[in-house]
Each structure stands twice: as C-alpha cells, then as structure tokens.
Write a protein that binds this ligand. Structure first.
Ligand code: FAD
Length: 473
C-alpha cells in the first residue's frame, strides 16, 4: 500500500513520529514538503532568514532521503490544495503528518483532511514537536494549568522513558519510495533573495542541529550560571532547530533528563516552558488572535507613540542594553532570552506601547519565531499573560544592564559608538559630564541618542495604567 508523509516543521529523517508510522504501515512511502504560498506570500520581506534556513534544511533532508532509496518531493504551491492533489496522483491510501498547534495550521489541516476524505484518503496526525501536548498534563480536576510551577511538577512526574524514546525509523527504511527526483525550486524562483544567514555562525539542517547540540552538551552543566549573560555563550542556540524540527525534542529532553545537575535541570525546565506555552495556545487559542490572557488587561489605553516605537525597532532609544539587543535582532534574527525580557518590558512599561506591536515586530524578525513562545513571552513581559510577571514589577533598564552585561561587552559589540566608555559609564552614558563626552569624542544626543524617555517618570505612568485597568474590573 502507498502513503505520503507531509513534512512541515519536522525537517528530519530520524525519530519522526509521522514518518515512523507511515513506514511501519505501508510498503511504499513517499515524502513531500511544500513551500506554502499562503505563508510565503504574507511575509513582509523578500529576503527572510527563515525561508533560507528552511530551504537549506529541506535540501539536506532531500539528499538524506535519496541516499536511503527514497526522495522528498518539494513543491512551491498552496499546500492545502497541493497535498490532496499529490496524494491522489500518487494513489496514496493515507497522508501522514505531525500535529501543528497554531490556529492557522489547525484550520489548514482541517481543510486538507476534508479534501482527502472526499477522495477516501485517510489523514493521520501525530504528536511530535512537544513532549506532552493538549490534554496530556491537566490538573487533578481535569483543567489546563494556569501556573507554570505546578504544570512543570506534573509534567516531570509524568515524564518517563516511554515518552522520551525515539521512533525507530530505521527499522522500516526499506519502505521509502523513490519518486522522479525532480529538482527542488530555488529560493530565487520562489521570489526570495539570499540573506546574511551564511555569514552567521548558524549551521542549518539536521547536521547543524546535531553540531549545535553536541557543542551545547559540553556546557549544559554550566547553563544555570551562564544563561542570563548575553555576552557569554550560555544557551544552546537551538530554538530555530526546535522551530523547524531539525532536532528531536525527545532526544534533547532525554539527554537533559538523564543528567542530574543544576544546569541540565534548568535547561529541561526551559523545554517544559516551551510545552507550557503550546498548551496555553491549545486551550486558549484567543491569545493568538490578539487577546490578552488576563482579560482585565485586554484594553489598556497605551498611548502608542509611533516615534518611540520606531526608536525601539531601530535600536536608538538611548538605553544601551535595549539598543544593543534590538540591533542584534535586526542584524542576526536572534535575541538572547534575557534581552527579549528586557526589550519587551521596556517597550510596554517604559515606552507605553501595546505589547501586540512588539509581538508583531518580533514575529517578523526572529529566526526562531514561534507563535506560542513569542505570544507567551510578550504576554509574560506585559503582565497580561498566563502566569505572567506581576504588573507592578517593572525592569529598570539600567540596573538590568549593570547586572547582566556588567562590563558592557555585549553593548560594545552592537553599539560600537559606546565602545570607548568605561564600564561604569556605558549603562547610562547620558550621565557622563560634557567634558568627559568631549574627551571620548562622543556627544550624547549627537553621536548616540539621549534617552527618549525617563525611566522613573514612565514607570509611574505604567503603574497607573495597569492600576486603573485592574481597578475597573
Ligand atoms: P535555550 O536557553 O538554550 O533554551 C532551550 C530551548 O527552550 C529554546 O530553544 C526554546 O525552544 C525553549 N525555551 C527557552 N525559553 C523559553 C521560553 N521562555 N518560552 C518558551 N520556550 C522557551 N522562543 C522561541 O523559540 N520563539 C519565539 O518566538 C520566542 N519569542 C520570545 C519573545 C519574548 C518576549 C520572550 C521573553 C521570549 C521568547 N522566546 C521565544 C523564548 C526564549 O527567549 C527563546 O526560546 C530563547 O532565547 C532561544 O534561545 P536558545 O535556543 O539558545 O535557548
């Protein structure tokens, strides 16, 4: 019998739920990936690191499947029409894919399922990109968790070898079917230009994921101490690989789970945060439609000044750590987790701009953009989310800078204008006396912006916005 495996955000040929189930049940298994015009046409930019990352990863996957006697059919089309048409053409009895929890993907998959059903073709979907999904971790009352720590405890209690074991795809590889080995579309033929991805130290595809994880395993034990300092190589940099499934979440989680040290435990904790936000999205899909999780904060009257938003986007707020972080995002598509928290908090509680504006900007720029984690992170920082930062806790951008980039190493890299400042000056350069500025050849307000707002003033305004919103409930 014949089957088609539809790859989406699972670009690997090992430990892959849908591929395993298809190979086990069918003697001829075709594989396909669609560069979906519904998604690509909506992207704001024709040079997009994510499209290039996917393209490189798809190419590696195609080569890998071909070397095993199979193939990857790569199309540039509207996926919800192309997949049923391909399944009919290949005389597939069933289509297999891994579940995607984003509302647009859920709607697309429902259409595909209906179309396939009209041709009597089954559509099988599997859990693959998370450890536990949907209703697998619920409270004793059968409700979704609204607070992370009890969710994490229940998650860890349930975790065992069974849930973390790899799907043994190798057992049935002989069922991979070769197709006609057509060339995959080039980036250019799809209307996309190359980006600076190749210049960045970000290896793509399954091999890139393996390389990064091998390197991270050397430093995993130190993760807890190193993770908060953007100038230090602390985190794994695997988010984009998790996003596109070039690594297996089970493999990563198993490796951390089997180690008993504070670094591995903290890292596993982060992987559980990832699951947590997926389950928030599943149970509360309205958060993806711009709604605050905490309804009392859904309609805060943010002043939303466009000029302040532009300064934030372009990394010229006059707050060096915020500016360095935004420039890192613009130049590389990545931003360190501590800085995502700092810049998000700054946008909302210092610049008094609606968190949805920032969420959208990150969604356009982050190479690892993931709706569940990005929305969760923004609503956390804006205090509107599920188990969010309390609204009266407001990061001080200067203190954060002194604490997490004490020597200004990260700032100097992305804000070279300030490279000559002493580490005592670099966090709040506007405080340097004019004579000192002159001697450094750096005039604040000319060579580097003066602060666009004053933190202590804005803090009070933010507090009253939130206080009023919570009082009107
Ligand atoms: P590591 O520290 O090595 O963590 C390992 C993995 O755990 C990450 O790759 C990620 O998959 C997961 N993880 C870590 N922290 C979180 C978290 N807080 N929430 C959910 N998952 C987490 N992460 C994304 O993958 N995509 C996003 O679009 C995204 N947007 C964010 C927006 C804001 C405002 C904030 C505060 C956080 C956001 N995060 C997002 C979470 C986190 O910042 C990134 O996952 C992390 O910085 C990626 O770097 P890393 O792979 O080196 O992480």
């Amino acid at each position: 019998s014949y089957a088609l495996v539809w790859f989406r955000r699972d670009l690997r040929d090992f430990d892959h739920a849908a591929l395993y189930h298809a190979l086990k049940a069918h003697t001829h298994v075709y594989c396909a990936f669609v560069f979906d015009t519904d998604i690509l046409d909506a992207l704001p930019d024709r040079a997009d690191r994510r499209v290039e990352f996917i393209w490189e990863s798809v190419r590696e996957l195609q080569q890998a499947l071909r070397s095993q006697g199979g193939d990857l059919i790569v199309l540039h089309a509207c996926a919800k029409e192309a997949i049923p048409a391909l399944a009919v053409k290949l005389k597939a009895n069933a289509v297999y894919s891994n579940r995607d929890y984003e509302p647009d993907a859920v709607a697309r998959d429902a259409k595909v399922a209906a179309k396939l059903a009209s041709h009597d073709i089954a559509f099988h979907q599997y859990k693959d990109q998370v450890i536990f999904e949907q209703d697998e971790v619920l409270t004793q009352a059968g409700k979704p968790y609204g607070v992370f720590t009890p969710y994490k405890n229940a998650h860890l209690k349930k975790l065992n070898d069974f849930y973390l074991q790899a799907y043994p795809v190798d057992r049935y590889r002989q069922h991979l079917a070769a197709s006609d080995k057509t060339e995959m579309p080039t980036l250019e033929s799809m209307g996309f230009a190359r980006t600076n991805l190749a210049e960045m130290k970000l290896p793509t595809g399954m091999s890139g994921g393996q390389q990064l994880f091998a390197e991270f395993q050397e430093r995993m034990a130190r993760y807890k101490d190193a993770r908060d300092f953007p100038a230090v190589k602390g985190p794994s940099y695997l988010s984009v690989h998790l996003r596109f499934g070039t690594v297996s979440i089970r493999h990563l989680a198993r490796t951390a789970w089997q180690q008993h040290n504070a670094g591995a435990e903290t890292w596993l904790n982060e992987l559980i945060w990832r699951d947590f936000y997926f389950q928030v999205l599943h149970h509360h899909p309205q958060v993806a439609a711009g709604r605050a999780f905490k309804l009392e904060f859904d309609a805060i009257a943010f002043p939303n000044q466009q000029a302040l938003f532009d300064a934030w986007c372009e990394g010229r707020t006059g707050y060096p750590l915020v500016d360095a972080a935004m420039r890192q995002l613009n130049q590389t598509g990545y931003m360190h987790n501590r800085l995502r928290m700092v810049t998000a908090s700054f946008l909302v509680k210092d610049l008094l701009i609606d968190w949805r504006w920032g969420e959208r900007y990150f969604a356009e720029r982050l190479i690892d953009f993931d709706l569940a984690a990005n929305n969760g992170g923004w609503q956390w920082a804006a205090s509107t989310g599920c188990d969010a930062q309390p609204w009266f806790r407001i990061f001080n951008p200067v203190t954060q800078s002194e604490k997490f980039d004490a020597q200004g190493k990260f700032i100097r890299k992305y804000v070279p204008e300030l490279a000559a400042c002493h580490e005592k000056e670099i966090h709040a350069p506007w405080l340097m006396p004019p004579l000192r500025q002159q001697s450094l050849g750096l005039v604040i307000g000319k060579d580097y912006p003066a602060p666009v707002v004053e933190h202590s003033v804005q803090r009070e305004k933010a507090l009253s916005l939130y206080k009023n919103a919570s009082a009107t409930q």
